[in-house]
Design a protein around this ligand. Structure first.
Ligand SMILES: Nc1ncnc2c1ncn2[C@@H]1O[C@H](COP(=O)(O)OP(=O)(O)OP(=O)(O)O)[C@@H](O)[C@H]1O
Ligand SMILES: [Zn+2]
Length: 888
């Protein structure tokens, strides 16, 4: 494998990088932190993806700070093909985490896969190593010199085995081993089944099935023969039993017949007895009938003489004509009764009418009396009223005189109300005037008193100022004068008032008298009206009395007339009662005759009925006698039949027949039960035959299976041997290969060590079969590599790596140095002294000379540059903080 070109975008300190690699030794130099190691890391991650990150790093650490996108493109060639891997990255600005969003693997410009995991697998397969192997063998990371030295022997063994593809052999061995184990399991299983199979076969054979089948079949034949013999016997016994049964049945049938006939004979005899009884009864009926008829006939003769009818007259006609007569007589009686009842009804209603009239008369008389009494009392009332009026008129005359005495004659008394009103008005006027004058007087008194007070103090009574003259005195005098006038006026008003008072007193008395007169007048008027209405009442009353007296007379006349009518009706009733008696008597005589005639007719009917009964009894008698003859004939015939049956029964011995039957039946039963037993046995034998035949079939099957299992066992043994051989072969092969590799590696180690190591302390290195590394001092003392100094360890590491690289390049699993990736060394000179740096340069030359196509060295050591075929210088701009690379 050859690196051709590396392009990166936003990886670590690089913004943009495009570098082409050539064959031979390439040295990349630059100061600390310029971006040398970043270049190698970019290459590594470009090939194997994010698995290359050390534990303490995450994907976003790889991406240049501040960038959101990044990419790595690696171009390389291998075995004549061009390859190209592109990895793309994206940073999530929110979380700051990065993802590998693109991973394309191309061969000869064709996309093979485009997913990170697939790209990884493709690189691994192409280079025949994973990222671990790459790190151990080709890419010696800065500062990781102790990894191989300090590794446990087991890990070292696995690592080297894997690099040399020896690991595959172990894988094949394991497969062969598990195949062998699988076959072993099958073998054990087959053996177990074979053992079971043999045991089954032995078990069946020990029971001797063929012989048993023979014995059972012989017994079955014997049983079959016995069964057919017994079947014949059974049928015969059955026939005999049937014939005996027939005979017994016939015998019992005849016996039954005899019993029936005996019963019939008894029956006929009892019937004859019964018939004789009937005949006797009929004879009795005939005799008593005759006596009865004679008796009735003599009664009838007697009755005929009673109603004077000839013995042989037609009774029926006679009864009919009598019935007609009787009905007419009855009608006559009821007609008369109806008439009489009608007359009596009439009499009752006339009496009621009379009663009614008398009552009316009485009421009218009472009414007249009442009205006359009333008229009398009203007349008395009128007298009283008249007397009252005269009294009132007298009283009024007295009052008028009294009034004119106090100055009010009749004419003045009439206007007394107007006078009273005028007086009232005058009184009011006077009172008003008096109040006015009194008020003026009071005012005047006040003024006079005030003026006097002021004057007493020497002040003007009008303006309250000092008095300087006598004018004031005059004014006061004026007031006094006015006061005197006012007092005189008041005096005259008051005397007028007392005059009016006396006048008013008189008017009041006159008014009372006038009122008394008016009241009396009113009373007189009322009484006069009462007299008029009472007189009218009396008039009306007298008119009514006249009317009622007329009515009284009419009623009296009517009562007379009704009395006459009632007398007439009573006479009629007497006559009707006499008629009724006559009619009733004649009806009774006819009815008596009719009764007798009816009795005769009844007796006639009775006689007829009796005679026909007698005739029927006579017929019964001759009938019965005939029946008796018939029954006797029947009895004779039955007796003949009985004689014949008796003869027949006499021959048979029934007891012997029954004994025979019992014997044959029990023989039949015995045969049947024996047959049942035999049939059961036969079935059982059948079953046994089936079972034994089944066993024999199974035995044959088991034998067949035994053959198959034996074959399989042989086959499995062969397969097991083959697998075993294959397994041991793989083990041997691996041991051989490993031994060979270890020998080769041991040789290469010592060769390179003695080439590289210039001091004299150590003689050689050894790598034993268990991959233990040991270094020997000149005196032969072995030292573990970890005890070496830092520089010695660096040398030892370089030697180990280069030895492995060389072993790989010669190994049969690979096809030559072309396929190995370039040998990459990161700062290999770090712990080396000058002499060893020189040796390193020589080692690099040697590696190039033995055919390592590309050697890529990162170093700040100038001395390495001299030996380089190509030199690059890396710089980092302090301002932009981004690395750039330039060829030198
Ligand atoms: N994710 C990143 N973004 C930006 N710069 C980074 C990032 N990771 C590392 N760097 C810078 O990259 C620079 C180069 O580191 P690198 O390990 O390649 O240096 P070097 O040349 O190998 O130095 P030395 O000689 O010390 O080994 C460092 O100075 C570091 O600051
Ligand atoms: Zn570095």
């Amino acid at each position: 494998m050859k690196l051709k070109r590396l392009r990166v975008n936003n990886i670590r300190s690089y913004e943009d990088l495009d570098i082409r690699f050539e064959d031979g030794v390439t040295v990349v130099s630059g100061v600390n932190g310029s971006g040398k190691s970043s270049l190698l890391e970019a290459c590594f991650t470009g090939l194997f993806g994010s698995r290359t990150l050390s534990k303490e790093f995450v994907l976003s650490d790889l991406i240049r700070k501040g960038a959101t996108k990044a990419s790595i493109i690696v171009d390389f060639e291998s075995i004549g093909h061009e390859y190209n891997i592109e990895q793309g990255y994206r940073v999530n600005p929110k979380t700051g985490s990065a993802s590998n969003n693109k991973s394309v693997f191309m061969m000869d410009d064709k996309i093979m896969v485009d997913q990170a995991s697939q790209t990884y697998e493709a690189v691994k397969a192409l280079m025949k190593m994973d990222e671990e192997a790459y790190k151990n063998c080709v890419y010696i990371r800065q500062g990781e010199i102790d990894v191989l030295i300090n590794a446990k022997t087991k890990d070292r063994q696995r690592m080297i085995d894997d690099l040399l593809q020896i690991g595959k052999l172990e894988e094949y061995r394991e497969r062969a081993g598990s195949a062998r184990k699988g076959v072993g399991r099958h073998q054990r299983e087959t053996d177990a089944r074979l053992k079971d199979n043999v045991a089954d076969i032995e078990h069946i054979e020990s029971s001797n099935p063929y012989q048993m089948l023979n014995t059972v079949k012989t017994e079955m034949n014997g049983v079959g023969n016995e069964i057919s013999e017994l079947e014949d016997k059974k049928d015969r016994a059955k026939e005999i039993v049937t014939s005996i049964e027939e005979k017994i049945n016939k015998y019992t049938g005849t016996l039954e017949q005899k019993k029936t006939i005996d019963a019939e004979v008894r029956n006929f005899k009892s019937k004859i007895t019964a018939t004789y009884n009937d005949i006797e009864k009929a004879r009795g009926v005939v005799n008593s009938g005759r006596q009865e008829v004679q008796k009735l006939q003599s009664v009838n003769t007697d009755l005929c003489t009673q109603i004077k009818v000839p013995d042989d007259a037609d009774v029926e006609n006679y009864v009919t004509s009598l019935e007609k007569e009787e009905s007419a007589a009855r009608d006559e009686v009821s007609t008369i009764i109806k008439k009489r009842e009608l007359a009596q009804g009439n009499e009752r209603s006339q009496n009621e009418f009379l009663l009614n009239l008398n009552e009316q008369l009485k009421r009218t008389e009472v009414s007249i009396q009442n009205r006359e009494a009333k008229a009398k009392s009203i007349t008395e009332d009128i007298e009283k009223l008249k007397k009252g009026i005269i009294e009132l008129e007298d009283a009024n005359r007295e009052k008028t005189e009294e009034a004119s005495k106090i100055g009010f004659p009749a004419d003045k008394l009439e206007n007394i109300e107007d006078i009273a009103e005028l007086l009232g008005m005058k009184q009011k006027q006077l009172h008003g005037k008096e109040r006015e004058k009194a008020a003026t007087l009071a005012e005047l008194d006040k003024r006079i008193k005030k003026a006097k007070d002021l004057l007493d103090k020497g002040l003007c009574p009008t303006c309250g100022q000092d008095l300087k003259g006598s004018k004031i005195c005059e004014e006061t005098t004026e007031d006094e004068e006015q006061r005197g006038n006012l007092l005189a006026e008041l005096q005259s008003i008051r005397s007028e008032q007392s005059e009016l008072e006396t006048k008013t007193e008189r008017v009041r008395s006159a008014r009372e008298i006038a009122k008394g007169i008016a009241d009396n007048d009113h009373q007189i008027q009322i009484k006069t009206r009462d007299i008029t209405s009472s007189e009218k009442l009396i008039e009306e009353n007298l008119r009514d009395v006249k009317e009622e007296k007329e009515k009284e007379n009419a009623l009296k006349e009517q009562i007379d007339e009704v009395g006459k009518v009632i007398g007439k009706i009573k006479e009629d009733i007497v006559t009707l009662k006499e008629d009724e008696n006559d009619a009733t008597e004649s009806h009774k005589a006819i009815k008596d005759r009719l009764d007798i005639a009816r009795r005769i007719r009844m007796n006639h009917l009775e006689i007829g009925k009796m005679q026909s009964d007698m005739q029927r009894s006579q017929d019964g008698i001759s009938n019965g006698l005939e029946k008796v003859n018939l029954f006797e004939d029947q009895i004779k015939e039955r007796k003949k039949r009985l004689e014949a049956i008796e003869k027949e029964l006499g021959d048979v011995d029934i007891t012997r027949l029954e004994n025979d039957k019992v014997q044959y039946e029990s023989a039949h039963k015995g045969i049947i039960s024996r047959l049942e037993d035999l049939n059961l046995r036969k079935n059982e034998l059948h079953k046994q035959v089936g079972l034994i035949e089944g066993e024999i079939r199974r035995l044959n099957e088991l034998k067949e299976k035994h053959r198959m299992l034996s074959n399989k066992k042989e086959f499995l043994a062969a397969v097991y041997r083959d697998a075993e051989e294959l397994e041991t072969m793989y083990i041997r092969l691996r041991a051989e290969l490993r031994a060979k590799n270890i020998d080769a590696l041991d040789r290469l180690l010592n060769e390179i060590f003695s080439f590289m190591y210039t001091n004299n302390a150590y003689s050689h290195i050894s790598l034993d079969q268990d991959y233990n590394l040991m270094i020997y001092e000149k005196d032969g003392t072995p030292l573990e590599p970890k005890l070496l100094s830092g520089g010695e360890r660096a040398i030892f590491n370089l030697v180990l790596r280069c030895a492995i690289y060389r072993l790989l390049s010669h190994s049969p699993g690979t096809t030559g140095s072309v396929e190995l990736p370039p040998l990459i060394l990161d700062e290999p000179t770090v712990f080396l002294d000058r002499g060893h740096v020189h040796q390193l340069i020589k080692l690099i030359d040697m590696m190039r000379d033995i055919g390592v196509g590309q050697i890529l060295i990162v170093s700040h050591d100038e001395s390495l540059i001299d030996s380089a075929d190509h030199v690059f210088v890396v710089e980092k701009d302090a301002i932009t903080n981004s690395s750039s690379i330039a060829a030198k």
